[in-house]
Design a protein around this ligand. Structure first.
Ligand code: T4K
Length: 420
């Protein structure tokens, strides 16, 4: 790793700042010995899946942390969303933000439910309750807001609009495990919430998810649906699917939970190192966590204001990539610009101005236990120098893209001249 000031930017001909890439979403690995002991145990017991003891322990620990009556562990967050929205009889149209991972929309579309995209509230990355109000039709059967980056949306505002309209609410809290809203842990709001424990989440089960709720009937329906509708041996009372978490995934989840405080602390330190390093960088503004609340700090997100930086977000990402920093532009270009939604609703962007504005500026930076605060400081320093030397960086990148375009066109001409 080279110091922030000692090296010439790679895009300008220097060596990359890092020998190997730093990713957004590099998994946190807890205590290997504990994980391996749990795996030995499940192999000894020959209990591999179907709500074995490790899954039950995982469910109990998640429910305790969040403070809810029920946690149903799932194979992943997407299937958890599909099952809980179905258990709540959502159909026809459901309102959700477009600024989310595409799984939120796909979980609906997979069931032939039309996702109706609502805009973010200006100055936030979250669904605007006022837009929900405007989008409700007689076909609306629910609301699916997202607590994106683990920061709570306007939960009270959304619940109030939904209650006025008699609509159930499921929060996609894939990012929000371990976070709080107005002092209460997220997980207990609305009819249910869904967590993801995918490898890229700060608590991971390799793959995994959960539905959490205080509604006894809903929990029972979700549990039946995730296990083919079996309510007893040889007894099926529902149409169901297979959404179960395996024992080995629960072993990983429990081992991750054992280290939860350490993971959060490392994320917090990285976030603070980024914050300190980015403070003096004009035009790059960190999206701050509300430190009065419980936060997991698992996404370090910033917005680039090109009018101030003079260099665009995508050029900054290219320059970072050359330093071996794999920053992302989550969740560009927005669900409404991805298929099949782009074809279904070609003009959706006209109603999603705030979302498109955010998606053109957002940048997500590497964090987690694979990153140290020193590394975060170096990355912040690189950002500062990319902006400082923006004109030179832009000119090199534009020349390179000109050369690429030229080569591409020469290639096309060659193809056109080829006699098949
Ligand atoms: N709702 C929301 C709001 C979500 O963000 C998500 C998932 C869901 C619902 C659905 O939950 P799940 O069904 O996934 O449980 C990743 C994840 O695959 C996805 O789980 C996550 N959100 C989303 C935000 O990020 P990609 O396509 O960006 O993943 P990928 O493969 O590019 O991985 C990101 C980086 O992580 C890679 O550059 C390298 C690193 N990585 C990844 C994996 C899997 C590793 O170093 N090791 C690994 O094992 O979607």
């Amino acid at each position: 790793m080279q110091g922030p000031t000692s090296h010439r930017l790679a895009v300008l001909g220097g060596q990359p700042a890092f020998d190997a890439p730093y990713h957004v979403g590099s998994p946190n690995i807890g205590d290997r010995q504990r994980l391996l002991a749990r795996i030995e145990g499940l192999l000894d017991n020959r209990r591999l899946t179907n709500r074995g003891p490790l899954v039950q322990e995982f469910e109990q620990r998640v429910a305790d942390i969040v403070g809810v009556r029920h946690c149903v562990a799932m194979c992943n967050g997407t299937v958890a969303l599909e099952i809980v929205t179905r258990a709540l009889s959502m159909r026809d149209e459901v309102i959700l933000p477009s600024l989310t991972f595409v799984a939120t929309a796909h979980a609906l579309q997979w069931q032939q439910i039309t996702p109706v995209f609502g805009d973010c509230r200006p100055g936030t990355h979250h669904l605007d309750p006022a837009r929900i109000e405007a989008l409700v039709t007689p076909r609306t059967t629910g609301v699916l807001p997202v607590n994106v980056w683990g920061r709570p949306c306007d939960i009270d505002g959304i619940l109030s609009v939904a209650a006025n309209r008699g609509l159930p609410v499921v929060f996609d809290s894939a990012h929000a495990f371990g976070c709080s809203y107005k002092g209460r842990m997220m997980g207990g709001f609305g009819n249910a919430e869904v967590f993801s424990f995918h490898a890229t989440k700060f608590i991971n089960c390799f793959e995994g998810g959960a539905v959490v709720t205080n509604d006894d009937d809903l929990a029972q329906a979700v549990r039946l649906m995730q296990n083919f509708g079996f309510s007893g041996r040889d007894q099926v009372t529902y149409v169901g699917t297979n959404g179960k978490m395996t024992e080995v995934e629960a072993a990983m989840g429990l081992t991750s939970l054992d280290a939860m405080d350490d993971f959060v602390e490392r994320n917090r330190q990285n976030y603070q190192a980024y914050r300190a390093g980015l403070q003096a960088v004009p035009g790059i503004e960190l999206v701050e966590y509300d430190e009065r609340e419980r936060c997991n700090y698992q996404y370090v997100v910033a917005e680039v204001d090109e009018r101030i930086t003079g260099i665009g977000r995508d050029e900054i990402l290219q320059a970072l990539a050359m330093e071996n920093v794999d920053a992302r532009r989550y969740f560009y270009p927005g669900c409404h610009r991805m298929e099949p939604y782009r074809s279904y609703f070609p003009n959706a962007g006209m109603l999603l101005g705030n979302t498109e504005d955010v998606l053109d500026r957002v940048i997500t930076l590497p964090t987690g236990t694979a990153v140290s605060p020193d590394v975060a400081g170096v990355i912040a320093g690189l950002l500062g120098r990319i902006v400082e030397q923006g004109a030179a960086v832009k000119s090199v990148l534009q020349q390179a893209s000109g050369i690429r375009d030229d080569a591409h066109h020469r290639g096309l001409r060659k193809c056109a001249n080829y006699r098949w």
